[in-house]
Design a protein around this ligand. Structure first.
Ligand code: FAD
Length: 446
């Protein structure tokens, strides 16, 4: 009998796993079951698709089922895996279009079921005009709604990454934007207060109103007309929920897959779960955090692709390991790039570190060079050892390359003294002679 790999979920982690498995073992039969209508797309591009930067949604699709078929991977769209029997090594699959259910056996299985937006159980949640943005389908629905109804007032509920990116998109489309956030703070768990203040200043400067409140109902006749909150009523004709995501683990949990302390699937460094021949990867799984030394849930496309590749390699009989994450992210908030890696001050303190922090302002290019703009670098350092624990950078061009240097430093447990010695590139159009990272390290070393 040919060896058979089943992959559940066909986006970043699932398709990486499937493609990789076939390359490792060309004799493997690989089936991918995806409950939705699309596979292998970059959800990360959705805010820019909706803004009109990307003309055709098909540009977001990396590989179609037909292309996957040519690579030897058979993709079934609209097919939902409903149960997993780890003893018989079978899955039950429901073909949603044909309305039939069947069983399929596996020799190895990759769970790549991703995550879903947290939806508060509020009255009116189902009204047209109330959106969460996760899948390509949802992105296209939001785009169609904007084209059909020309909304004028957008209300974003929550202050997560997607909320911030979509605030920019809505403003660029000419809408008034209010962000209603329970804490009144954007990107709250992932930035320190002083760095967050810089991001909030930019949002305010760009006409985004940030309100500390929480929704209690969505109201309107045929579609959304207002959001009722604890403290008021906000007229709005489109609302976007951005209050986080939850790993899709129901299927796995019911089959006896162990979840970790974060509530996502626990795996080892080979992306193996506790069940034999069952792997997990992407937004449904946790990752080992190299700085904290603990499992973490940081659902990102960058990690999903890597974990999928490792799961696919091992599921096909190869050998690969996933070394873990340091929690690096970057996003655009209008004219600012906002990036972070490692631990925030609060996260480090919660782990028992006494930290020393440094926040400096410099310019991204030589100060006299046309186009030079301010850049802020924050370092979080272990007071006892001088080891870098985290970094946050906000500014214009050059933020992403610098956060990547800090991420590399975290992977290698560098101290501030090590950072001071880094031979970083310099020429006036790219950096000042003292790179902002070196300036921050010099200040931290004092
Ligand atoms: P998902 O993308 O969630 O895919 C899982 C798939 O599994 C889904 O298609 C689902 O339908 C399917 N599925 C679930 N259960 C079943 C079942 N039982 N049977 C069959 N199919 C099932 N990340 C970054 O790193 N950088 C960014 O800039 C960034 N920007 C983003 C912007 C937006 C608007 C969004 C929505 C996400 C962004 N992300 C970003 C996150 C990134 O898109 C995700 O981390 C990535 O898609 C995770 O891939 P995944 O395959 O693990 O899960």
């Amino acid at each position: 009998m040919t060896q058979q790999l089943i992959v559940i979920g066909g986006v970043a982690a699932g398709m990486s796993a499937a493609a990789r498995a076939r390359r490792i073992n060309p004799n493997l039969t690989v089936f991918v079951y995806e409950q939705g209508p699309h596979i292998s797309y970059g959800a990360c591009g959705l805010p820019y698709l909706i803004a009109g930067d990307i003309a055709d949604y098909r540009a977001l699709i990396a590989r179609t089922p037909e292309q996957m078929a040519r690579q030897g991977v058979t993709v079934y769209l609209h097919h939902q895996v409903t149960t997993l029997d780890p003893v018989a090594r079978t899955v039950t699959v429901r073909d949603r279009q044909a309305g039939r259910t069947f069983e399929q056996r596996y020799d190895a299985l990759v769970i790549a079921t991703g995550a879903s937006p947290v939806l508060p159980p509020l009255p009116g949640l189902e009204l047209p005009g109330v959106f969460a943005l996760r899948s390509l389908e949802e992105g296209l629905a939001l785009q169609r709604f904007i084209a059909a109804h020309q909304p004028r007032r957008a209300i974003i509920l929550g202050g997560g990454y997607i909320g911030v990116e979509m605030a920019e998109t809505f403003r660029r489309l000419g809408l008034a934007v209010q962000m209603i956030i329970r804490s009144g703070q954007v990107l709250r768990p992932v930035l320190d207060d002083d760095v967050r203040a810089l991001v909030e200043q930019e949002l305010t400067r760009q006409g985004v109103e940030i309100i500390a409140d929480e929704p209690v109902a969505f109201e309107g006749r045929d579609r959304l007309e207002r959001v009722v909150t604890r403290d008021g009523v906000y007229p709005g004709d489109i609302a976007l929920l951005s209050i986080g995501v939850r790993p899709n683990v129901t299927l796995a949990q019911a089959a006896g897959v162990t979840l970790g302390p974060t509530g996502a699937i626990a795996t080892d460094d080979h992306m193996r779960t506790n069940l034999p021949a069952v792997y997990a990867a992407g937004d449904c799984a946790e990752a080992f955090h190299i700085v904290s030394g603990r499992p973490a849930y940081v659902p990102l496309g960058s990690t999903a692709n890597k974990q999928g590749r490792v799961a696919g390699t091992n599921a096909a009989g190869g050998e690969a390991t996933f070394g873990g994450i340091v929690g690096t992210t970057v996003l655009r908030a209008f004219d600012l790039a906002v990036a972070r890696t490692g631990l925030t001050t609060a996260q480090a303190q919660a782990l028992g570190y006494t930290v020393q922090t440094t926040l400096i302002e410099a310019t991204n290019l030589a100060h006299y060079f046309p186009g030079a703009t301010p850049i802020h670098v924050k370092l979080v350092v272990d007071d006892a050892t001088g080891r870098l624990l985290g970094g946050q950078i906000v500014g214009g061009e050059g933020v992403a390359k610098r956060i990547d240097v800090l991420a590399t430093a975290l992977h290698h447990r560098l101290t501030v003294a090590d950072l001071q010695q880094l031979d970083l590139s310099y020429a006036p159009p790219f950096a000042p002679v003292w790179d902002p990272l070196l300036v921050a390290a010099n200040v931290a070393a004092k």
